[in-house]
Design a protein around this ligand. Sequence first.
Ligand code: GLC
Length: 478
Amino acid sequence: MNLNRRTFTAGLSTLLIAPAALAQIEGEHIATKPEHPVKAIQDTETRAQRNERMAWWRAARFGMFIHWGLYSIPAGTWDGKRIPSVGEWIMNTASIPVADYKALAPQFNPTGFSAETIVSLAKAAGQKYIVITAKHHDGFAMFDSKANDFNIVAATPFKRDPLRELAEECKKQGVKLGFYYSQDQDWTAPGGAAYKTGDHQPPTFHWDPAQNGDFATYLHTKAIPQMKELLTNYGDFPVVIWFDTPTKDMTPELAGEIVELLNQHPNLIWNNRLGGGYKGDTETPEQYIPATGYPGEDWESCMTMNDTWGYKSYDDNFKSTETLLRNLIDIASKGGNYLLNIGPDSHGVVPAAEVERLQQVGKWIDVNGEAIYGTQPTLFGSEAGSFSATEKDHEGKPKFIAAWDWRSTTTPNKIYISIFNWPANNTFHLDKLPRKVKSAYLLADKKHLKLTHTGNSLDIHLPEKALDPIATVVVLNT
Ligand code: GLC
């Protein structure tokens, strides 16, 4: 494996910049743009305070996203027709009137739901935290809300609060819990916002007069009271609030009111999708992995296992375990987190294809988790690929051509090399070592490996066959 100078230095320079940027003097406030009507924790905390607040999240690297709600009943089909796009958007994509959609609630009785099963699945997969949809764009609350009765306890025969059951089970099993809350879009509450689909017309993009109303009123009478409930009724949880699809309705002033709420929970981590000019804590690339990550930033790539977040009965376009696992390793090598989604069905049961893949990922992590959790990004860089000199991406920028032979993660005294593509003649070659390498071994069986140093290059002599066809980890002691 030869690293050519340009991509090596390019990769290295990106990563070298990151640490320098991070190395602000302890106690120094980070200048944030723009002036917020209400200062958020990101505007006031020091670098040290931020590192402390983000520490568990950064070390976790792997989380479970759960999209579950009334949309799991139609499961992608309405009036006998298959509805394109993601399942959780069916009300909008199929222009379902509010009354018809709300009529799903009395049919929702997911007695197959088991918090223990789901938390155990996350744990077995190696997912350190769970983020579940407390309320999605359809406005249905998957928790016991006194603020609005369109919820799973008041409006369905199920009458149980899955968020409470998950909170108790997460506490028991040592998994952290966060809540996704659609703060702007709400397609069943008058005044709730809506993103455009199909021929829905501006300015509201509503498709049913029952949706019309005042956004600030919706926020003050439903969204903010529900966020208060979510932030106070579930013990130590949530540790994360996952906002989504901000709209122009969310002015800095209205967002400021939500920030006042969030500020009362100083350890809370919230993403960059609140709106109103607030940056939040985490960048959230969706359904893709950024070419070189977000150097110096906390970021989390969220992804579906098939083509939908919410359950669709006929969507079996599942990614392979190999793809999911190499995504996780790729993301960790770029200093990010992977929030991988499951979409339980209307019985509350996780589709078998998702269970199988998570269990297989978990098996690899049981052996190789050390190369993922609590690691820092690669010290190399160009192993991830390079920007094409000729091809352009959809933004007209040089297209990134990913390479999938290996990835690397780092800890103070170790460099982890996850090999995807076993090298010819069983010799793995590294140029320009970023650190002095003392010895090397295979992580899975601790077998010591012979090394040949040539100047600042290294040949690692590997066994005949890869120990794991998806990724075999070599550990370099440095
Ligand atoms: C998008 C989808 C939304 C989903 C979210 C997850 O915003 O519209 O339905 O919940 O991605 O990242």
